[in-house]
Design a protein around this ligand. Structure first.
Ligand SMILES: *[C@@H]1O[C@H](CO)[C@@H](O)[C@H](O)[C@H]1NC(C)=O
Ligand SMILES: *[C@@H]1O[C@H](CO)[C@@H](O)[C@H](O)[C@H]1NC(C)=O
Ligand SMILES: *[C@@H]1O[C@H](CO)[C@@H](O)[C@H](O)[C@H]1NC(C)=O
Ligand SMILES: *[C@@H]1O[C@H](CO)[C@@H](O)[C@H](O)[C@H]1NC(C)=O
Ligand SMILES: *[C@@H]1O[C@H](CO)[C@@H](O)[C@H](O)[C@H]1NC(C)=O
Length: 369
């Protein structure tokens, strides 16, 4: 009697919705395999409750770190207690809750040997199946916006168990102000400028990590979840006052259309390479763009300069043009006449385009310089 009730309680705490209440996105292609079985469960005739067997699902890790363009295996395994003599057919489903929030969406659904991937994961994910009970998910060519909470769910008849893994990317957060000036971007505008600079809107976790690494910025910026925040490591009067402890200050969720702020963008490692264009003369903005193109490259984007600074130690104490019309330079070994005593990417803002500077170019990996 007592055992029965504890089990019921565990099931309630597990909080699973019945299968029929879930909605699956329709597959874009059908591969001659009855899709309804994905939705309606599997073909197991005999309930495990009746034979006194319990299903367990577990992940070896709770948080994993990777880089953009890399591959990752999200661990998940299931087993039965007591052990079974013959394998049972199970339905495995991986779903994803983006760091930015929103709805949980399907990544992959499988009833071995068939599987189907969805949305931005189509063609980039597969089950590992290295051993019986292995339900680990391989994700290739990671995108900046693949971060979030992944849930591995195993269904055997009425038994439905899940475990989850958080995926984070290693990278760099940078504050970005619009060329038109301070606090000039709606949420959508912020999203757009980050993408234009080969980056994505930073998540709170990413901003918080940068704060712990010393990011101190006294202008509020949009984050991926629609909140507006700023990291202060050295409190001072115009940045929330002397009295307050260091921290990430939040204005909370703001209206995505009405309110205007700066933004925090996030970039991770690059597939290509950022380099300083070797040129005998300084260039205006159009000349810099052309010179990079003549070198078989493109003028570098802001996210690319930050990634090169963070991941490859780019250090160049001479300012150069970037794709957005800003002029910056990157310092990993602070020294005299190269800006503040901390490493960082320094900016001269957006000078008139006829001014003369150097240039940073970007060349994708599969091209030789
Ligand atoms: C689909 O699969 C079934 C068996 O699983 C087979 O009999 C049938 O010919 C297949 N149909 C097509 C169009 O491939
Ligand atoms: C990721 O996996 C794919 C397919 O298995 C492979 O072609 C690629 O080289 C891997 N990429 C990295 C960065 O290991
Ligand atoms: C994630 O980024 C990819 C490009 O890297 C884009 O195609 C996709 O729409 C983005 N997905 C979301 C949910 O923003
Ligand atoms: C953005 O800047 C432009 C040009 O300075 C100005 O006209 C506009 O009002 C600004 N928009 C916001 C929302 O601050
Ligand atoms: C840059 O210089 C070229 C001449 O080399 C000129 O044609 C072009 O208009 C200049 N661009 C700007 C933005 O000043």
């Amino acid at each position: 009697m007592i055992i029965c009730c504890i089990q019921t309680l565990l099931l309630l705490l597990g909080g699973q919705l019945p299968l029929s209440a879930r909605v699956l996105a329709a597959p874009a292609t059908t591969n001659n395999f009855s899709y309804h079985r994905f939705i309606s469960g599997n073909g197991n005739k005999q309930s495990m409750h009746r034979i006194g067997v319990r299903l367990h699902v577990d992940s070896a890790q709770s948080t994993l770190f990777a880089v953009r363009g890399g591959n990752i295996t999200l661990p998940c395994r299931f087993w039965y207690e007591p052990e079974l003599s013959s394998p049972r057919e199970v339905r495995i489903k991986w779903s994803w809750l983006p760091s930015a929030g929103g709805r949980e969406t399907d990544v992959l659904v499988a009833i071995f040997p068939h599987s189907q991937s969805f949305g931005q994961y189509r063609g980039r994910v597969q089950l590992r199946r290295d051993f019986p009970g292995d339900a680990s998910l391989l994700v290739t060519d990671l995108h900046l916006n693949d971060t979030g909470h992944y849930r591995c769910e195993v269904v055997d008849g009425l038994e439905d168990k899940s475990t989850s893994v958080d995926l984070e990317l290693q990278g760099v957060v940078f504050p970005y102000q619009h060329p038109r000036g301070r606090y000039n971007m709606s949420f959508h505008g912020a999203q757009q400028v980050c993408e234009e600079q080969d980056s994505s809107l930073a998540t709170f976790t990413q901003l918080f990590q940068s704060f712990k690494e010393g990011l101190n910025w006294c202008n509020a910026g949009w984050l991926a979840d629609g909140t507006v925040q700023y990291p202060i490591t050295r409190p001072r009067v115009p940045c929330g006052g002397h009295g307050l402890a260091p921290g990430v200050r939040s204005y909370g969720r703001r209206d995505r259309h009405l309110h205007h702020y700066d933004v925090f963008c996030f970039s991770s490692s690059l597939q290509g390479r950022v380099y300083v264009l070797q040129s005998s003369q300084k260039m205006n903005l159009t000349e810099a763009e052309l010179a990079c193109e003549e070198d078989g490259a493109q003028i570098a984007k802001v996210g690319q300069l930050y990634a090169a600074w963070k991941f490859t130690g780019l250090d160049h104490c001479d300012a150069g043009w970037l794709a957005d019309g800003s002029v910056r330079y990157a310092i990993t070994r602070p020294r005299k006449n190269c800006g503040p005593p901390e490493p960082g990417v320094r900016t001269f803002g957006f000078p008139p385009p006829h001014h003369k500077h150097g240039a940073f170019c970007y060349k994708p990996q599969n091209q030789y310089i």
